[in-house]
Design a protein around this ligand. Structure first.
Ligand SMILES: O=C(O)CCC(=O)C(=O)O
Ligand SMILES: [Fe+2]
Length: 304
């Protein structure tokens, strides 16, 4: 058996031992953590008005603090978002035998279904989800966001165009209901090693952000994208922008599906603090490194 969580999760009444997180890492009662009130929701349709500077300031404030904001009216049609979400939900609700033919442990495959028990082990414990990897086009939205960030940082527009944002992949996570969500995590606490993360979630709580020593929920807003600063943007901005620390919890009653687009530099890109953001009073706080090297180190140390 491929051991997809969704194949057996509805038949168990307690969490198998190899899915129980160590006590200090368990979400416990934080599965119902309150929503974080400091995540701005930016309406991208009104960006060209008088308010542009104010909105960029809002984005930059959030990015320098938590590395996360949400966008609405972003130009990706609601129909496309619904169809894509529904397609993947249907995929995950297929019988186990039908899903099994898409299962692959070959990480280089363009489309594959996998589960946590191989690369996603966190502290030797499995995570409560199955996933699909694919590529899709949210390119235009990510370029707009990156341009706003350039403007906010005071560096040239299109700075990230080309090699720095060359790679894009979609990972779809499926978190089946869990008999005891306080013991498990769908994804353990981490920051993403990429440049930028765009996440679409259903109207079901699950994504959490780490703020001032505690985990808080990221409010699900239908058709919004959650935008998270990832490690390479923190490095390029010389630490001005913060890579969002986040994780995913599960619940007892409904499966949750999330569509996560990662934008990354090409593997050979050299990542280092942008010279314009470095000065005698603000020396570089990260050393330069090929993105591939960064990923190798990150993958060895963290699941994400
Ligand atoms: O599903 C989620 O809400 C979070 C997923 C995530 O953090 C990731 O794929 O890196
Ligand atoms: Fe993540």
């Amino acid at each position: 058996m491929s051991s997809l969580v969704s194949s057996w999760s509805r038949t168990v009444h307690s969490v198998p031992e190899d899915y129980v997180f160590p006590e200090n890492k368990r979400p416990g009662s934080d599965i119902a953590a309150p929503v974080c009130k400091d995540i701005p929701v930016i309406d991208l349709s009104q960006l060209d008005g008088l308010d542009r500077v104010g909105k960029i300031q809002q984005i930059m404030k959030a990015n320098c603090d938590l590395g996360i904001f949400q966008v609405i009216n972003h130009g990706v049609s609601e129909e496309l978002l619904d169809e894509t979400m529904n397609l993947f939900k249907e995929f995950f609700s297929m019988p186990a035998e039908d899903k099994a033919m898409h299962y692959s442990e070959d990480g280089t495959k363009g489309f594959r279904l996998y589960t946590s028990s191989l690369s996603y082990i966190d502290d030797g414990v499995n995570t409560w989800k199955d996933s699909v990897k694919h590529t899709w086009e949210v390119r235009k939205l990510s370029s707009r966001i990156l341009d706003l960030i350039c403007e906010g940082l005071g560096i040239g527009m299109r700075y990230f165009e080309g090699e720095l944002s060359k790679l894009q992949e979609l990972v779809v996570h499926h978190y089946p209901p869990c008999p005891d969500p306080s013991l498990v995590l769908g994804v353990g606490g981490h920051s993403d090693p990429h440049l930028l993360t765009l996440l679409q979630q259903e109207d079901i709580c699950g994504l959490q952000i780490y703020k001032d020593g505690r985990w808080l929920g990221v409010e699900p807003i239908p058709h919004a994208f959650v935008i998270m600063i990832s490690d390479q943007l923190e490095i390029i901005s010389n630490g001005k922008l913060k890579s969002a620390q986040h994780r995913a919890v599960t619940n007892t009653s409904s499966a949750r599906t999330s569509l996560v687009t990662f934008i990354s530099p090409s593997l050979e890109s050299i990542i280092e603090p942008e010279k314009a953001l470095v000065s005698a009073s603000e020396p570089p706080v990260f050393k330069s490194m090929r993105f591939k090297e960064y990923l190798d180190i990150h993958t060895a140390n963290h699941p994400w």
